[in-house]
Design a protein around this ligand. Sequence first.
Ligand code: NAD
Ligand code: USQ
Length: 384
Amino acid sequence: MRVLVLGGDGYLGWPTALHLSDKGHEVAVLDNFARRGYDVELGVESLVPIESLEDRIAAWHEVSGRTIGRYEGDLLDAEFLFAAVRDFAPDSIVHYAEQRSAPYSMIDREHAVYTQHNNVIGNLNLLYAIAEIDPSIHLVKLGTMGEYGTPNVDIEEGWLDLEHKGRKDRVLFPKRPGSFYHLTKVHDSHNIEFTCRAWGLRATDLNQGVVYGQQTPQTALDPRLATRFDYDAVFGTVLNRFVIQAVLGQPLTVYGKGAQTRGLIDIRDTVECIRLAVENPAEPGEFRVFNQMTESMSVAAIADLVAERFPGPVQIEQLENPRTEAPEHYYNVQHTGLVGLGLAPHLLSDTLIESMFDIVGANKHRVNPEKLRPTVRWRGALKS
Ligand code: NAD
Ligand code: USQ
């Protein structure tokens, strides 16, 4: 199949492009390098050095003999986006190209507006491009488990069968997101569901949990194929940060008591989930939702796991939580859809964490320890 990966220069987009190319698909990536720009803005860089997109693609050609196409530009530039979709004529578009950090979206008004504009309008431009150029293109959109928040009932896969005052309907599962970033994914889901209903588009919305890990079989083939690995308090995700903090001899920064629970997924499963979604498309007019996570764990349990596996002393520190989130809550998520398509999850009981210690150890001189502590507070940018 022909697959266009939007955000293909990012943490997940690049390994996804490699995985799909490795499996024999014709792949092109599109990116505006906004993510590399946030690094400059925040004064940080990926823990593992990454090559330019051009050099990565050349390295993949050298290693595999396969070619990946490249489009450099912004989803907000509709003319560019339409031209890219027309030129590549994909069967499927995988959409990763959004500002994805919750803390970044909560820095201040400008960052909230940027995030909502970039994500919601970029996605809307894409829906128009698909509808006008070829409505049979299958959209595989990255959403987030954080769309649901932490309701006091089981979380279903996107839809809820509802009985109210004796009548029944099937409705989108209620959403209660926890940041302006997470809210963009809710807005996207609504826009996508509407276009499936109104225009007959076909889409898979993947509500993904927190991703951990840095290597896939393809990125490990050559150092030039490495994907980025974020450790800072704005873009680093929790398990990756705890592994890095352990190796640096820094305390693991548990926010609050750490009783908040999140869905998790190994990066190797992320890329496989995308392949499964692409190869098993939604029907025309269908808005299909999968919860893309493989296990749930509290933040405190993640810290304990890292401390237990690390072959040295580890200190766990409970910081005042800079975010506004439920300190303790019920959490039970349905996530059988992707397993039904054939996903065989890698769980944390595998040896992954140990292999991450080595990657971090080899690059730890690149860390700026000042960037490890959280500085963005959910209430911080408000005047009162
Ligand atoms: P990332 O920031 O590393 O990658 C996103 C890429 O999209 C970047 O390369 C960026 O330059 C590009 N981009 C952003 N806005 C763009 C625009 N307007 N036009 C063109 N390109 C643009 O993020 P990631 O960690 O790879 O996440 C990818 C997707 O998966 C995001 O949508 C994110 O919300 C979702 N997701 C990520 C995680 C996680 O733990 N990393 C978990 C759940 C969901
Ligand atoms: N946390 C800590 N200490 C840290 C970092 C985080 O206790 O040093 C806690 C947070 O308070 C939160 C949890 O760990 O309760 C997860 O935080 P995170 O930064 O790992 O993840 P989050 O902000 O939710 O965002 C990440 C990705 C985002 C994706 C989301 C999936 O950046 O793109 O959408 O994970 S989910 O969490 O399912 O919504």
